[in-house]
Each structure stands twice: as structure tokens, then as C-alpha cells.
Design a protein around this ligand. Structure first.
Ligand code: 3SK
Length: 515
């Protein structure tokens, strides 16, 4: 892939790439459609409007919106002007937004009407520098001094945009770890280009004939690639959905808009497969699906493919690398593994001493090298140094490579268990438990026995109307894995604690266990 020129602006790049597609549908949201011509026009107007409001190059603007075309136009409009959108999760609390406003020193906020009250609470709670409030799809009278997004954008004269450097800070995403405050992850203009080239085109082979629908929202790095930078880099159409990605909401878009590519997370795939109204293959037009967020259990991949006749391409990415760097490939899917390094990225497994592991079947810490790594975490030198180590980025995940070169997830660094001196991946035990017909979900943590030795404990959610005993599930795991890995304790629960992105919060289970 040819590197982009030094002076590079991703929004201007997309406008250029799609100049010959003015009439083609770019975005379909809950309210209507936008063609590529209309998208380019709105991006250039939005860019000019932000500049006219007094926003300068590198000023940060908070982008707190539900998925819709205004999100895409706001993001690209800011990039076009050289203003830096700070894209935040719509599911957070006012306290979280107060932290992000103060940390980013955002000068303006672009916000959905429904999220305005929470943002206003954040503004009244914390220190902030907001000077402009722009409200998308407002229905009620606006707060004093606030702007209506549509009126502001349509009144502006389209701008030519900023002649940015490709390595200039372009946008932020907040990355949350299991401990500490969220970290503002600073990405450049070219990072969007590289992920679209290497994953969107290189692995998913997106084409302008594709219609892409992502259950993962735009504020996640995964959703941003799936539903913005990848499809718009090839002139495809995108289906955007504001509501929560329940199975029913996803089925509605899959059957109405007939996306050819669907991007989701394992929990979502599992929920859809368990739903009574799962549409038949003939009611959808899927050619390819992608999965990330957590490793995809083999059973889910196999059942999805059996039902819909298309593969799920499972990969792992990170907010820090912007998108997926290790992945299966269309036509070369090994369910239960995360595949191999995406061409353009290099991965390494390192042992506890930091030495590179060259042997097979040995669990190690995953490091990545590639052109889309973030510059740093804002205001956090210590964590930046720990994660961004020269050309290498530490992922915080443990992996194992088999003799054929396929990588399999072995848990987070902080979730790994050592039982009788041997590493046990809680993920491996969970993935086995969910193969049992009665099990919907499972989470495994370490629990100290009476002697203070670590043993595995599984929290299990059963499928509605199903039954299983502790002994039955233990025998099931023993049959499939090395016997020492079976969970010594099983507790049946009605749900598991999860992050907004659907990742199981094992640390919460550990806290409960150790109370
Ligand atoms: O969770 C992932 O695997 C992921 C994938 C793409 C982009 C970002 C993330 C966190």
C-alpha cells in the first residue's frame, strides 16, 4: 500500500476519493439518507461552521452523539478543519463526561438532544472550557447560546479545509482499563488511512457495492472503522442505527436494508443466535461478518456460518492501534483462533522477562508494531511509556501461537490464573462452558480455597428454560480440556457484569468473591 503524502487530511482524502460518486448513497440513518455529494457538501460546511465559531486548529471538541449522519459529518467536518473531535461513549455518566471535559479541555461540544441533559449536568459539576454547544436533531427549545446543528451547518459556506500534516493529532478516543481514569488516546490523520487500507480493504475486501452495518457504535474504535473510515474509503453505503444493538434492532436493519457486511461482537452474535426471531438466510444478504471486542467462541462462529452461510472474521484490535491487527481472513477462518497478523502489522509474544517467544504453544504477552498506533495517552506520561514502547505497542493481552502460526486468545494479563503453578486461561474454560447446550454465558475467575491456593470458579448464566447441575458442567469441561482446568466451583447467576462494550468485568466478580 502506498503511504499517504506528508500533508494529509483524511476528510479531504475521502471527499477526493468519492468525487465521482456524488449521487451514490453514503449514509442511511434512522431519519433518512445522504448521498456522497451531500456528505461532501455537509462536511465542508460543518468544517467552515466550526472555524467560524472560533475553533482553532488542534482545539478539541467533544463529540457525544448517537449514531446518525450528524455524527459522521461532525467527525469529518472537525478533521477537515484541523479541529480535534474527542469521541465519547454515549452510555457514560455525567461524572465521566465532567472528567473528559476537564481532561481534554474541549472548547465546544457537539451533542445529541437526548444526551444534552447529562452533558449539562457534567458542565455544572466540573471544570470545563466549553464555549460553544451545538445540538444535533433538537426538538425542544435550545439552551441559551446553544446552536442547532442543522441550522448551523446549512448556513455555512463550504470551506476548503486545513492543510494538515498526516502525523498531526486528528482525533481522540477514550480508552478505559480495568483500573484508573479513562485515557485520552490521541490519533493522527494517517491512522484512519492505514486501518482502512490494511483491514477494510486488505482483509475485509470492502467494495463500493457493499452495504455495511455495524452493531458496534461509532465512538468505539471498532465501530469507527467499520461504519465510517472503511466503507467511506471505498465508496460503500453505511447503515447507522441510534438505538441499542438488541437482536431485534439488528434483525430489523439486516432485513430492511440488506447489508452485505455486518460487524458485531461475540455477545451480540450469541444473543442473535439464541433469539426466537432469528431471520432465515433468505431474508438477509450477508456476504461477510466481522467480530471483535472479545474472542469469538468457536461454537458461535460455526453456528452462525451454518445458519447464514457466511463466515465471521474474528480479529483483535485496540483503541491504541485504532483497529484490528490480528485476524482471521475470508476463506481462511479457524474458529476458536484470532488468526494471524494482518499484513502491514507485526506481532510478537514475549515472556515474563520480555524475551520474544519463538516456540509454539507457549503463552506470552502480545505486542504489536504497525502504522496506526496512537501517539500517546493525553496527560499520562507513565501509562504512555508503558504502552507505547518505541515502535511496539503493548496490548495487555495474552496469546498463544500454534505450529501453523494461528494465534489463540488466552485472556488479559490481569485475568490469567495460575492453578497449581500452571497457567489457566479463564477464557478457555469459559469458551468450553458455553459449548454446553444449557449455558448462555460464563465468566471464570480465580478463587482461593481453604488453603489459600488459587482454584477456578465459574459464574454461569443458563439459557432460559434450560437446566444443568454443577457436577454436570464440571464433567463437561473435564472431558474437553486438561482435567486440571475444570472449574472447582460453579455459581449460577442471572447475568454477568459487563462494560458498555460488552466485555465481561471479571474484576467485579473477583471483588464480590473476596468481600
Ligand atoms: O476490541 C477489539 O478487538 C477492538 C477492535 C477494533 C478496534 C478497537 C478494539 C478495542
Amino acid at each position: 500500500t502506498a503511504p499517504p503524502p506528508d500533508r494529509f487530511n483524511f476528510a479531504r482524502h475521502l471527499i477526493e476519493v468519492n468525487a465521482g460518486r456524488a449521487a451514490k448513497t453514503a449514509l442511511i440513518d434512522d431519519a433518512g439518507q445522504l448521498s456522497y455529494g451531500q456528505l461532501a457538501d455537509q462536511v465542508r460546511r460543518c468544517s467552515a461552521a466550526l472555524t467560524a465559531l472560533g475553533l482553532l486548529r488542534e482545539d478539541r471538541v467533544l463529540l457525544l452523539m448517537h449514531d446518525c449522519s450528524d455524527w459522521v459529518v461532525s467527525f469529518l467536518g472537525a478533521l477537515h478543519a484541523g479541529v480535534v473531535p474527542v469521541c465519547v461513549n454515549t452510555l457514560l455518566t455525567a461524572k465521566d463526561y465532567a472528567y473528559m471535559l476537564a481532561d481534554s479541555r474541549a472548547q465546544a461540544a457537539l451533542v445529541s438532544t437526548a444526551l444534552l441533559p447529562t452533558l449539562q449536568t457534567a458542565m455544572s459539576d466540573g471544570k470545563h472550557e466549553l464555549k460553544q454547544l451545538i445540538v444535533s436533531r433538537s426538538q425542544a427549545p435550545l439552551p441559551e447560546g446553544a446552536h442547532d446543528w442543522a441550522a448551523l451547518v446549512s448556513a455555512a459556506t463550504p470551506g476548503t479545509g486545513a492543510d494538515t500534516h498526516g502525523d498531526e493529532p486528528a482525533f481522540w478516543l477514550y480508552s478505559s482499563g480495568s483500573t484508573g481514569a479513562p485515557k485520552g488516546t490521541v490519533h493522527t490523520q494517517v491512522n484512519l488511512y492505514w486501518t482502512a487500507e490494511l483491514y477494510g480493504k486488505g482483509v475485509l475486501r470492502l467494495q463500493d457495492s457493499d452495504v455495511v452495518f455495524s452493531a458496534a457504535k461509532l465512538f468505539f474504535a471498532y465501530g469507527l472503522g467499520n461504519a465510517l473510515s472503511f466503507p467511506l474509503s471505498v465508496g460503500a453505503s453505511v447503515v447507522l442505527m441510534a438505538e441499542r444493538p438488541t437482536p431485534q434492532a439488528c434483525f430489523k436493519r439486516m432485513t430492511e436494508h440488506r447489508p452485505t457486511v455486518f460487524c458485531g461482537a461475540p455477545t451480540g452474535y450469541g444473543g442473535m443466535l439464541a433469539a426466537p426471531d432469528l431471520p432465515p438466510r433468505s431474508a438477509v444478504s450477508l456476504r461477510l461478518c466481522s467480530s471483535a471486542g472479545e474472542a469469538l467462541p468457536r461454537d458461535i462462529g460455526e453456528r452462525w456460518t451454518a445458519h447464514f452461510g457466511c463466515e465471521i472474521i474474528d480479529g483483535i484490535g485496540s483503541t491504541e492501534m485504532l483497529h484490528i491487527f490480528l485476524s482471521n481472513r475470508p476463506g481462511d477462518v479457524r474458529y476458536g483462533t484470532t488468526g494471524k497478523a494482518v499484513p502491514g502489522y507485526e506481532v510478537q509474544l514475549r515472556d515474563e522477562d520480555g524475551s520474544v517467544i519463538t516456540s509454539h504453544n507457549q503463552i506470552g504477552d502480545l505486542y504489536i508494531q504497525g502504522p496506526s498506533a496512537a501517539l500517546m495517552y493525553w496527560n499520562n506520561r507513565a501509562k504512555s511509556r508503558d504502552t507505547f514502547q518505541g515502535p511496539w505497542t503493548k496490548s495487555g493481552d495474552k496469546y498463544v501461537r500454534d505450529p501453523d502460526g494461528y494465534y489463540t486468545y488466552a485472556g488479559r494479563n490481569d485475568d490469567m490464573l495460575k492453578v497449581s503453578g500452571i497457567y489457566v486461561s479463564p477464557f478457555e474454560v469459559e469458551a468450553t462452558l458455553v459449548q454446553h447446550n444449557a449455558v448462555l454465558e460464563a465468566a471464570v475467575i480465580g478463587k482461593n480455597d481453604d488453603e489459600g491456593l488459587t482454584k477456578t470458579k465459574a459464574f454461569v448464566v443458563l439459557k432460559p428454560g434450560h437446566h444443568a447441575t454443577e457436577a454436570e458442567l464440571q464433567a463437561f469441561v473435564k472431558e474437553k480440556l486438561a482435567p486440571y482446568k475444570y472449574p472447582r466451583f460453579i455459581e449460577f447467576v442471572s447475568e454477568l457484569p459487563k462494560t458498555a462494550t460488552g466485555k465481561i468485568q471479571r474484576f467485579k466478580l473477583r471483588e464480590l468473591e473476596n468481600q
